[in-house]
Design a protein around this ligand. Structure first.
Ligand SMILES: NC(=O)c1ccc[n+]([C@@H]2O[C@H](COP(=O)([O-])OP(=O)(O)OC[C@H]3O[C@@H](n4cnc5c(N)ncnc54)[C@H](OP(=O)(O)O)[C@@H]3O)[C@@H](O)[C@H]2O)c1
Ligand SMILES: [Zn+2]
Length: 375
C-alpha cells in the first residue's frame, strides 16, 4: 500500500524536488514564500536554462498579484506578478514582494527586476535564496536596500535552495541537473536480461511521467529501446500543459537500432536524437548528436554539455542498468528516484555504485533525504 496517495499534485511535487512547504500550515512571511514556491512550480520544465522564479505580491495580508518565469526571454516572475496585479486592478505601491530567488539586477533579454520592483513602488522584498549567478550574487538585494526598500532573505531558504538547485548547478558548472530513475525488484534487479519486466505498478508510473514533465530531455541506452520499444514521450495529463520542447535521446553509438523502433516516430514538440560516435547510416527524421567515444560508448559528459547548449536544464536518465551504471560511476547523477517493489524481478542484481545514503527502500531524493512512495 502506498504511504501517501500519489495524486497528480503529489507526483508533481516529488518530481520537482519536493515535498514543498504547505502554505495552509504556515503563517507570516513563510506562508507567502510557500505561495511563491507554488507559483514557481508552474515554471518547472518551461523556464530552463533560466530558473522558474515564483513571486507573489501582498498587501495587508492579501495576495494582489502572482507570477512565474516560464520561458527564457519572457518576463521574470516579479514582472509577471506586477502585471498580474495591474490586470486585477490592484496598485502594487506599498506592497510586499515574496520571491523564491533574489531579483536580478542585470539587463538580460528582459530589464532588471530590481528596477521593476522599485518603479512599482514595492516597499518590502522577501527573498528565499540569493542568486549565485556572478552577475547578481547579492547585487540585487544591495540595489533594493539602496532605494530604501526593506529586504529580508532566507525565508524558506532550504526549500528555495532545493527548488532552484538545477539552476544553481547550471550556473556553477554549465551542466544540466541529472535525475536517475530506476524501478527495481526486491532483489535489486531490473528483470531477466533481454526481457521486459513490469516492476512499477500503474500508480507509481504516474510519478515516472511527472519526472518526464519536469525534465526537458530523457536519455536511455540502446538495449532499453531494443527490449521495451518505448515511445519515451511526455504524455502526462496534469497538472501543467506540455507546451515546451521535450527531447528524447537514445545512445546508439553505432546506429544499430532498427528503423521500426517506435521511438523514432515523430511527435510534435518532442524531437528525437540519436547519440552516435561514428557516422552510422542516418535514421530518417532523427538528428544525430556526434559525441566522442568514452567507456561503454558515448561520452556522457559531452552529451550533457550538448543538451545544456540546447537549453536543457534538467535531464531524466531512464535506464537501463548499463547506462545507469555509467552515469553513477562518473558521478554525473544529482538525484535518484528509486522505485522498489516488494516482489523480486528475477534477474541479475545490478550492483550499481549507488552511494550508501541512497540505499533506501523507497523512492528517495538525495541529499535531502527519504520520501516513501510505497513499500
Ligand atoms: N526498471 C527500469 O527502471 C528500467 C528502465 C529502463 C530499462 N530497463 C530494462 O533494462 C534493460 C536494458 O538495460 P541494459 O543495461 O541492457 O542496456 P541499456 O542501459 O539500456 O543500454 C546500454 C547500451 O547503451 C549504449 N551506450 C552508449 N554510450 C554508453 C555509455 N556511455 N554508457 C553506457 N551505455 C552506453 C551501449 O550500446 P552498445 O551495446 O551498442 O555499445 C550500451 O550497451 C531492458 O531489459 C529494459 O527492460 C528497466
Ligand atoms: Zn529578473
Amino acid at each position: 500500500m502506498p504511504d501517501l496517495e500519489l495524486t497528480p499534485e503529489v507526483a508533481w511535487a516529488l518530481a520537482t524536488g519536493g515535498p514543498w512547504p504547505n502554505p495552509a500550515e504556515l503563517e507570516g512571511d513563510a506562508r507567502f514564500m510557500a505561495l511563491a514556491l507554488q507559483e514557481g512550480l508552474k515554471g518547472v520544465g518551461f523556464a530552463s536554462p533560466n530558473p522558474p522564479v515564483g513571486c507573489v505580491l501582498v498587501r495587508e495580508g492579501r495576495v494582489i498579484g502572482a507570477g512565474v518565469h516560464t520561458r527564457a526571454g519572457d518576463p521574470h516572475g516579479e514582472i509577471m506578478a506586477l502585471r498580474d496585479a495591474e490586470a486585477r486592478g490592484e496598485d502594487p505601491k506599498g506592497s510586499e514582494a515574496f520571491v523564491t530567488l533574489e531579483p536580478c539586477c542585470h539587463h538580460g533579454r528582459t530589464g532588471p527586476c530590481t528596477l521593476a520592483l522599485i518603479q512599482g513602488g514595492v516597499a518590502r522584498v522577501v527573498v528565499g535564496v540569493r542568486d549565485p549567478n556572478p552577475r547578481v550574487d547579492g547585487g540585487g538585494l544591495a540595489i533594493l536596500r539602496a532605494q530604501g526598500i526593506a529586504v529580508k532573505e532566507g525565508v524558506l531558504g532550504e526549500a528555495c535552495t532545493r527548488f532552484h538547485a538545477p539552476f544553481f548547478k547550471y550556473i556553477r558548472t554549465g551542466l544540466p541537473w541529472v535525475t536517475l530513475k530506476l524501478a527495481l525488484g526486491s532483489d535489486g534487479s531490473l528483470g531477466p536480461v533481454g526481457q521486459t519486466t513490469k516492476v512499477t505498478p500503474p500508480y507509481v508510473q504516474r510519478l515516472a511521467h511527472a519526472l518526464r514533465r519536469a525534465s526537458e530531455a530523457v536519455v536511455v541506452g540502446r538495449h532499453t529501446i531494443e527490449v521495451d520499444d518505448p515511445q519515451l514521450t511526455d504524455r502526462w495529463p496534469a497538472p501543467s500543459a506540455p507546451h515546451r520542447s521535450f527531447s528524447r535521446v537514445i545512445l546508439d553509438e553505432d546506429g544499430q537500432l532498427p528503423a521500426i523502433a517506435r521511438v523514432w516516430a515523430p511527435v510534435a514538440g518532442q524531437p528525437v536524437f540519436r547519440a552516435v560516435t561514428g557516422d552510422p547510416v542516418p535514421q530518417r527524421g532523427v538528428e544525430d548528436l556526434h559525441l566522442p567515444p568514452e567507456g561503454r560508448g558515448c561520452s556522457l559528459r559531452h552529451l550533457l554539455y550538448e543538451l545544456a547548449a540546447m537549453g536543457v536544464g534538467r535531464v531524466l536518465v531512464e535506464g537501463g542498468g548499463t547506462l545507469a551504471g555509467s552515469f553513477l560511476s562518473q558521478g554525473l547523477v544529482d538525484e535518484f528516484h528509486r522505485f522498489q517493489s516488494d516482489l523480486p524481478a528475477l534477474g541479475p542484481s545490478l550492483n550499481l555504485p549507488i552511494p550508501a545514503a541512497w540505499l533506501l527502500r523507497a523512492s528517495a531524493r538525495w541529499p535531502t533525504g527519504r520520501w516513501e512512495v510505497w513499500r
